[in-house]
Design a protein around this ligand. Structure first.
Ligand SMILES: *[C@@H]1O[C@H](CO)[C@@H](O)[C@H](O)[C@H]1NC(C)=O
Ligand SMILES: *[C@@H]1O[C@H](CO)[C@@H](O)[C@H](O)[C@H]1NC(C)=O
Ligand SMILES: *[C@@H]1O[C@H](CO)[C@@H](O)[C@H](O)[C@H]1NC(C)=O
Ligand SMILES: *[C@@H]1O[C@H](CO)[C@@H](O)[C@H](O)[C@H]1NC(C)=O
Length: 379
């Protein structure tokens, strides 16, 4: 009884006078989404919200004296959750489901001397329903945003479902970015062709490729991926301003064509589309080496992989070389993916298969002359 009365009195006192104690607690450091020291990567619209589901679009920050971080997401965040990848201090990424509103990011920071900095990287990570609408970030009182120095190597990966695996964190392209301690952007759309629209022979109407209203030779140049078409509140696309890709890309990797082949796009049409596409992106990336993957083919349980477009990739390369462009290279992926490396149900590489591809491409790049950075750019 006495306890109950005492408790009630304390409760009343606490409710009546919260101010004196609270005013001693310094407020958190509030970082609005337009803060110039937020390092955005990937494709963001004006909300700002992430697009290109398979792409790991996100941001990085470098913070002095960090001890807590709350991510405030806006109403355009995927409902009910958006799957995020989070990496603190360049540790491996972990998954976190976040929602519109305040999300406490678990940091598990080691003890650091005062003034030490911490890099936090946060990506939207699933290959569908993956929109993060960044409103603001709250840091502990005393924390300070400092410059995030981008890596010297910056990859641009262009692809389809072969460039993702249940999201981006385990995909070969993302793994290459991590291994080379690089910046990377993956602009990949599962199911997308390279050709803008597919036309079935004898069928008068343009058709979609596995739900994609456009192919990559159109959509690559847009802020939004093709899922915009199914989005009732954002059913439009806007041009992507490539000046927003900071730092300038250093290497461009293209792995495309499987969906064109699956949709029976004529080889000559595919080749001419690819040549035109490379000419267009050469203007965006005038001096960067391009690495063009040949197909690794569709593995089967009893026999060799099924290949598509024989000779097409060689023809594309030869066409560029005949124009004097000798800064493009075929990456011959024949033999890289066997039946053991795929999910048997859909013949796409498994998580282990992606790790194998990353290892083989790393070796290829090292033989070519590109080696991983020894240190991350923000120690
Ligand atoms: C965010 O969502 C609102 C509706 O909830 C919509 O009106 C607005 O256009 C969206 N913003 C973007 C950039 O898509
Ligand atoms: C996130 O939510 C999905 C269901 O929406 C669930 O399958 C997954 O395990 C969750 N991931 C984490 C890390 O909590
Ligand atoms: C988006 O607009 C197109 C017409 O441009 C329409 O066919 C489609 O149904 C719309 N999608 C949604 C989700 O409203
Ligand atoms: C790719 O490698 C395979 C196997 O080594 C070889 O048969 C094929 O000719 C190569 N293709 C090109 C374009 O070099």
């Amino acid at each position: 009884m006495l306890h109950a009365i005492l408790f009630a009195c304390l409760l009343v006192a606490a409710l009546a006078s919260p101010a004196p104690l609270d005013s001693a607690v310094p407020p958190p450091v509030h970082i609005p989404n337009d803060h110039p020291l937020i390092f955005f990567h990937g494709r963001w619209d004006t909300a700002p919200e992430t697009w290109w589901y398979a792409s790991g679009s996100g941001f990085k920050i470098n913070v002095q004296d960090l001890s807590s971080l709350v991510l405030n997401l806006g109403p355009n965040t995927t409902f009910p959750v958006v799957a995020l990848g989070v990496s603190v201090n360049y540790e491996p990424f972990f998954n976190l489901n976040a929602s519109a509103g305040a999300n406490v990011i678990p940091l598990a920071l080691p003890h650091k001397r005062p003034g030490a900095t911490t890099v936090v990287r946060i990506n939207a990570e699933m290959y569908f329903d993956s929109q993060m609408n960044l409103e603001s970030i709250n840091l502990n009182a005393g924390a300070k945003l400092v410059l995030y120095k981008p890596s010297k190597i910056a990859f641009e990966f262009i692809g389809d479902s072969f460039s993702t695996v249940n999201g981006i964190l385990n995909a070969w392209d993302f793994l290459i970015g991590e291994t080379f301690k690089a910046e990377e952007t993956v602009v990949a759309q599962p199911g997308a062709t390279l050709v803008v629209r597919i036309k079935f022979i004898g069928f008068p109407k343009d058709e979609f490729s596995f739900g994609n209203v456009h192919g990559m030779s159109f959509q690559f140049f847009r802020t939004e991926d093709t899922s915009y078409f199914y989005n009732p509140i954002h059913n439009f696309t806007t041009p992507w301003d490539f000046r927003r890709d900071v730092p300038e890309r250093t290497h461009v990797v293209v792995h495309i064509g499987a969906n064109d082949a699956s949709q029976s796009v004529d080889q000559a049409v595919f080749v001419s589309t690819y040549i035109d596409f490379l000419a267009t992106i050469r203007n965006l990336y005038p001096h960067q080496p391009f690495f063009l993957f040949t197909p690794w083919g569709w593995p089967s349980p009893d026999g060799p992989n099924a290949f598509y477009y024989p000779g097409a990739y060689e023809a594309v390369l030869a066409a560029r070389q005949s124009l004097g462009d000798n800064n493009m290279f075929l990456v011959n992926t024949t033999g890289w993916v066997t039946y053991a490396d795929v999910f048997p149900d859909n013949l796409h590489p498994s998580v282990e298969g992606h790790a194998k591809i990353a290892g083989l491409f790393q070796q290829w790049l090292e033989d070519w002359g590109l080696h991983p950075s020894k240190e991350w750019s923000n120690p």
